[in-house]
Design a protein around this ligand. Structure first.
Ligand code: FAD
Ligand code: FES
Length: 418
């Protein structure tokens, strides 16, 4: 039998675990209670990828996509598929930003309901905040069941944490265990883990692709990214899909466009909508129409006082220059272009947006005023797609006029798709 009584240390920590015979490096650490980043434990996801600082390991089978030959050549290993053959020192593959600390906390199921025949929404609440970055995942232990990994689907910082959990037929947790779970059950949440999270300091276009419950981390990123430097987001909606835009702090204007997904020369038109409705803004139940006068989005609900703007063009670099700004300024026109470019599309021009929450009253008969939004924190609108659309949102970066509140400070908004 292989002599495997080596020690596995984690660089920069006190961890110095005795390797068990035939145990992988990851098993050695987890069995001794070490919180070490990992996912699948089977060489598939690459989330345990680590640098081998000293010592030797032998790898078992793993997917090339989890660890390339080049990565292996420069000293990276997959601890979940590596057995130590000497004392080893490893460190998790370095993240480019500091990660929130891994914690264990007790939470309670406050909502559990099917959202499709195979997927449940499980919402947890914990008395202690659970700090994570949008896109990360946690290990959940439901009462009496083994731990399993699931991605947070909601925005970090909310009291409630959403998970979308798919039923794996015959699965110990997702099928048999969760079938018995009810509101009020306790769940141990351990995490956060993972490095596939939103980089809020990088404003380059993002293409996010997710299938099934793989959209959970994307929903979390969409909810939290819009107002934090990544200000333009394009999302494809099927006919009848519903999108909710929440004005988290109450003072943020959201420029909104919608394009026919199969022909972007047909787009939501404020001019045609005003003619169709014979008024400046629609009420709940009324539809915005395209430049071909077909319904494209319907305003389903609106918890704000209903003050939105259909008159004002999207801000652009020229607007900021005329207001005295020197140098480049983020603007909704460029945000739209970047978001569409990320979907592989180039627009010949910028249609007039629907400016959600923008408060431009007509005063003295025919003059316009630029006022702070009348909405309050948490106000939201829901829009239903009346055809397959690409909908684009830009949290307006205007900080020279009080359209985003009297202190002229743009803030976060949240977007979620039902
Ligand atoms: C980083 C990470 C994030 C994840 N996020 C989510 C999420 O947000 N939502 C979600 O629904 N799931 C997610 N998963 C997958 C989820 O962890 C598994 O579906 C779950 O562990 C299954 O547990 P179980 O006890 O029900 O099945 P088990 O009893 O462990 O397995 C039952 C059978 O199903 C197979 N199986 C298990 N998992 C899968 C799978 N994912 N695909 C195909 N076959 C499988 C097993 O090999 C076994 O044959 C994530 C996984 C990882 C690694
Ligand atoms: S935990 Fe997934 S590859 Fe190691």
């Amino acid at each position: 039998m292989r002599d495997n009584a080596h020690r596995v240390s984690v660089y920069g920590s006190e961890v110095n675990a005795v390797a068990r015979p035939s145990a992988t490096v990851l098993e050695t650490l987890l069995l001794q209670g070490v919180e070490y980043p990992h996912g699948c434990t089977t060489g598939f996801c690459g989330l345990c990828k680590s640098r081998l600082l000293s010592g030797q390991v032998e790898h078992l089978d793993y997917m090339d996509s989890a660890l390339s030959d080049e990565e292996k050549r420069v000293g990276l290993i997959l601890p979940c598929c590596a057995i130590s053959t000497s004392d080893c020192v490893i460190e998790p593959a370095v993240s480019d930003v500091p990660l929130p600390p891994v914690v264990s906390l007790e939470a309670e199921i406050v909502r559990i309901e099917p959202v499709s025949p195979e997927v449940r929404l499980v919402q947890l609440c914990s008395p202690r905040p659970f700090e994570f970055l949008a896109g990360q995942y946690a290990s959940l232990t439901f009462d009496g069941l083994p731990p399993r990994e699931f991605s947070m689907a909601s925005e970090p910082g909310n009291a409630a944490i959403d998970f979308y959990i798919k039923c794996v037929r015959g699965g110990a947790v997702t099928d048999q265990g969760l079938a018995r779970a009810v509101v009020g059950d306790r769940v141990t949440v351990r995490g956060p883990f993972g490095t596939a999270f939103l980089r809020t300091d990088d404003a380059s276009p993002i293409v996010a692709v997710g299938g099934g419950t793989g959209i959970a981390p994307i929903l979390s990123m969409l909810s939290s990214g819009l107002g934090k430097g990544i200000r333009g987001i394009a999302v494809r909606l099927d006919k009848a899909q519903i999108v909710r835009i929440t004005n988290t702090h109450g003072n943020q204007v959201v420029d909104t466009w919608a394009f026919n997904a199969s022909e972007t020369s047909e787009f939501m038109s404020m001019e045609h909508t005003r003619a169709s409705l014979k008024k400046l803004t629609p009420c709940c139940g009324e539809s915005f129409v395209t430049n071909k006068r077909r319904p494209i989005l319907t305003l389903l609900s609106d918890s704000s006082p209903g003050i939105h703007d259909t008159l004002i063009a999207a801000c652009d670099r020229h607007r900021y220059e005329l207001l005295g700004h020197v140098g480049y300024h983020d603007n909704c026109t460029d945000n739209l272009a970047a978001a569409m470019q990320a979907m592989g599309m180039v627009l010949p021009e910028t249609p007039c947006p629907l400016n959600l929450f923008m408060n431009i009253p007509v005063i003295q008969g025919n003059r316009l005023d630029w006022c702070p939004p009348a909405s309050k924190p948490g106000d939201h609108v829901t829009l239903r797609a009346e055809m397959e659309v690409i909908i684009v949102f830009s949290a307006c970066p205007m900080d020279l006029l009080p359209v985003n509140g009297v202190d002229c400070t743009p803030s976060d908004v949240a977007v979620s798709i039902d």
